[in-house]
Design a binder for this molecule. Structure first.
Ligand code: FAD
Length: 495
């Protein structure tokens, strides 16, 4: 006899996976369309003593939305976006997609977080505190959420407002729950690993970045930011990664000293293998074909975006930045400028095309070895270790002979190494490198996850970064808010 209720139906194969390509198991899945549906599904999970895995758009890459048994609550059908009465922000349901938030933003205002994948849902973005290229200037998702509705595991629905609902020191009150938060250590670099705790914190920040382990995010109010008057960008090519890193340091310093009418918004890096990989995508769909100039072998590339109060301020800042390029006088072709929406879009194609292309290549290889996945790092280091980490990645990858691309948010010293193993043996070799790099990053005071979160794939690394005491303190928080470990089992903590 079937034990399926009306709320839960049989999950399809697709429902059991996310962009990490990890696959799980589940007894059933519900697609709520109202607050009451969500409350009903949670009540049913509690009654049946079954854990609940939360899903948004399943674009996450750490297996966070992949169920580990139990039931699934998929929020993608609650996707309404409305402008607030005073026009200053947007009220969104958790399944609202990033592209829809952009479409609904009034002209002259925008929502800055941009985790590259426009189909991501705001619930997933808040749960992971997602970032992206513009995070260098605008910060991660957390900074743009002014109010949050959260359903706790005990069935209480809370409305939390930034500036109003705050901890007193580390003491908190959330509905009928109250207690004292343990003082968790925070990495000084860009960081999305583990719970966020600060004395006197806004309590909604406890749920942002908690990867759905402390509550279900059921509605949010987002702040919008005035669109800059002018956006200019350029792409420059460098003979080596140390030359790129030296330029990044110099540019950050120059903008810190200059007038605030032009701001450095993003700096994105692509190593020589990334450029080769993109050049080889000749049979890929048009969205993954990036026109690249011919550059000497071994060249790496930097994308720089400037947001300014006027076209003249943007032009002055960009020309001055271009003038600082060591290669510019000898080879002006090594710089591509963009200052119209079409040109900017063309340069930005890189950012999406590369991870998409890597995922497609891995899917191809999985046909021969179904267990194979990409190995993707997400680590950030303090400024003074940018050159060191680039050198470490390059030396280790060359020695191991592994196919890889290194790219990402170099402005935040945050690079993604994607290793594309051809065989299970190469996968193991890549894993070993990853563990060694993580130990070095932790020793340098960096973070093992700067934006993707931990999910189910990086629990071992989180434990290394937080240490036994840090993990115990995180468990204490989980126990205060979700004593039966009902929500998102297997995320952050081993079951
Ligand atoms: C090509 C590509 C490029 C990417 N680049 C970036 C990047 O540059 N920067 C970056 O930060 N990320 C990047 N990402 C990953 C990004 O984190 C996710 O796309 C996004 O944040 C997750 O949103 P989602 O709706 O797909 O969430 P899902 O994958 O469905 O879920 C992610 C996590 O959030 C939880 N969750 C979802 N909804 C809720 C809710 N309502 N309440 C509580 N918990 C919830 C899930 O349980 C899971 O743990 C990239 C992904 C892809 C595919």
């Amino acid at each position: 006899m079937s034990t399926m209720s009306q709320a839960f139906q049989i999950a399809s194969e697709d429902d059991l996976r996310d962009e990490s390509r990890k696959t799980g198991t589940a007894v059933g899945i519900a697609f709520p369309t109202s607050k009451q549906d969500i409350e009903g599904a949670l009540a049913e999970a509690r009654r049946r003593r079954m854990p609940l895995t939360l899903q948004g758009a399943r674009t996450g890459i750490t297996g966070g939305a992949v169920p580990d048994g139990g039931l699934i609550l998929n929020l993608s059908r609650m996707a309404a976006v409305e402008r607030e009465e005073n026009g200053a922000g947007l009220r969104v349901e958790p399944g609202a997609r990033l592209f829809s938030i952009r479409e609904h933003s009034p002209s002259g205002l925008f929502f800055p977080p941009d985790p590259t994948e426009p189909t991501a849902s705001i619930g997933g973005m808040m749960a992971c505190n997602a970032s992206g290229a513009g995070t260098y200037l605008y910060g991660p998702t957390r900074r743009h959420v002014k109010a949050l509705r959260v359903l706790l595991a005990n069935g209480e629905h809370l409305d939390l407002q930034r500036g109003r609902d705050k901890a007193k020191g580390l003491e908190f009150r959330l509905g009928s729950l109250h207690g004292v938060l343990p003082p968790l250590p925070r990495s000084a670099v860009k960081n999305a690993a583990g719970y966020y705790v600060e004395p006197d914190m806004d309590l909604l920040d406890l749920f942002i970045g908690a990867e759905g382990t402390l509550g279900i995010l059921t509605q949010a109010s987002l702040c919008l930011t005035p669109m800059p008057e002018a956006i200019w960008a350029f792409m420059a090519f460098f003979p080596s990664s140390p030359a790129t890193a030296a330029y990044v340091h110099a540019l950050r310093q120059a903008f810190r000293m200059s007038k605030p009418n032009a701001r450095l918004a993003a700096m994105e890096y692509f190593d020589a293998h990334s450029l080769d990989f993109l050049r080889r995508q000749t049979n890929a769909p048009a969205s993954r074909q990036v026109p690249l100039p011919d550059m000497p072998p071994g060249s790496s590339c930097l994308y720089v975006e400037v947001h300014a109060d006027s076209d003249s301020a943007a032009e002055e800042a960009v020309l001055s930045a271009v003038g600082m390029l060591p290669t510019f006088r000898s080879n002006p072709d090594a710089v591509l400028l963009a200052n119209t929406p079409t040109e900017l879009e063309r340069l930005k194609l890189f950012r999406h095309a590369l991870p998409e292309g890597v995922n497609a290549a891995i899917d191809q290889r999985r046909k021969q070895y179904p267990g194979l996945t990409k190995l993707g790092t997400d680590m950030a280091v303090p400024d003074e270790h940018l050159t060191d980490i680039l050198a470490l990645y390059e030396a280790d990858l060359a020695k191991a002979g592994l196919e890889s691309v290194v790219f990402g948010h170099i402005g935040n010293n945050h690079l993604h190494v994607n290793i594309l193993p051809r065989t299970p043996v190469e996968y193991e070799a890549g894993q070993a490198l990853y563990q060694n790099w993580a130990d070095q990053v932790i020793a340098w005071g960096g973070s093992i996850s700067a934006e993707h979160g931990i999910g189910k794939l990086k629990r071992g690394l989180l434990a290394r970064m937080m240490g036994a005491e840090g993990m115990q303190q995180m468990r204490q928080i989980k126990q205060m808010l979700d004593p039966d470990f009902l929500l998102n089992p297997g995320n952050l903590f081993l079951p």
